[in-house]
Design a protein around this ligand. Structure first.
Ligand SMILES: C[S@@+](CC[C@H](N)C(=O)[O-])C[C@H]1O[C@@H](n2cnc3c(N)ncnc32)[C@H](O)[C@@H]1O
Length: 257
């Protein structure tokens, strides 16, 4: 038995579980020293494809659009967003992102799924007024609409709705319905008030990704009643995001999260 193993067994037998957990957290003994923090998420597993390859290249190209963005702060959340956007590509209907600010997430998604090949429109909702910053101190949200507009060609398939959720609904131009929705306004009440409309517009197989669903203490009080009311199922992710898929016709309803 290694010394390390022996010391762990001794500690386990003499220290109460609560104390042991506290020490584990403080010392992170079960994690490699180099484990990175992805906005509070740590893992002992390989995050190679967040740092190398196509996603990493696209993420790192656009990350600095937001001057406040640290290298790994939103990397895992955006990887997840790209994953569900990719799954939604073949579903009929448009993409929609609410909460744009400097526009990193939609820009990363746009390149990752090669949006211009999809023959869809990408709807962006944000009044660019720096609204609803939930933190303290200087408001870090972008208020310069042109800064985001110029990230896309003049004739790119992007449609800006410079309004607030949920006042912007019904939204113009959603005749084909939606395939993918990304909510990142950091305003759970406004997002929850939009869910029924968005779920109705979502085509079967499409996804709604909610960045504030279980982030921090979670926005359950805002979201869960509505999710239950509309008969949707939400799954909570390690990033603090929640994901809803509208079942395909004939699919078994997924089990509760
Ligand atoms: C966290 S930032 C979005 C970050 C962006 N997704 C990115 O990756 O760069 C949130 C943005 O949503 C905007 N916002 C806040 N409440 C909103 C609402 N009810 N409707 C639309 N946008 C809102 C904020 O003003 C801010 O610009």
């Amino acid at each position: 038995m290694s010394t390390n193993h022996f010391l762990r067994r001794v500690a386990k037998s003499v220290l109460p579980a609560a104390m042991l957990n506290y020490m584990r957290e403080r010392l992170r003994t079960d994690l490699p020293r180099h484990a990175l923090s992805y906005q509070g998420v740590y893992t002992q597993h390989s995050m190679r494809w967040l740092h190398e390859g196509r996603f990493a290249e696209i993420h790192d190209r656009h990350r600095k659009l937001n001057p406040f963005n640290a290298p790994n702060e939103t990397r895992l959340r955006q990887y997840t967003a790209c994953m569900f956007a990719e799954f939604s590509k073949s579903i009929p209907g448009d993409f929609l992102s609410a909460g744009i600010s400097f526009g990193i997430a939609p820009r990363v998604i746009y390149d990752f799924v090669e949006f211009e090949r999809l023959e869809k429109n990408y709807h962006f909702i944000d009044p660019f007024l720096g609204a609803n910053y939930p933190g303290q101190g200087v408001n870090p949200y972008n208020t310069d609409f042109q800064f985001v507009r110029k990230q896309y060609r003049e004739d790119a398939p992007v449609v800006f709705h410079r309004q607030l959720l949920p006042d912007c609904f019904p939204l113009k131009g959603l005749e084909r319905g939606l395939a993918f929705v990304h909510l990142n306004t950091t305003h759970p009440a406004a997002e929850a008030a939009s869910l029924q409309y968005l779920y109705e517009k979502l085509n079967p197989g499409g996804y709604i990704l909610i960045d504030s669903y279980s982030f921090g203490q979670g926005g359950f009080d805002d979201y869960d009643l509505v999710i239950q009311k509309i008969g949707a199922k939400v799954f909570s992710l390690v990033t603090g995001q929640g994901i809803i898929q509208k079942p395909l016709a004939g699919d078994n309803q997924p089990v509760n999260a």
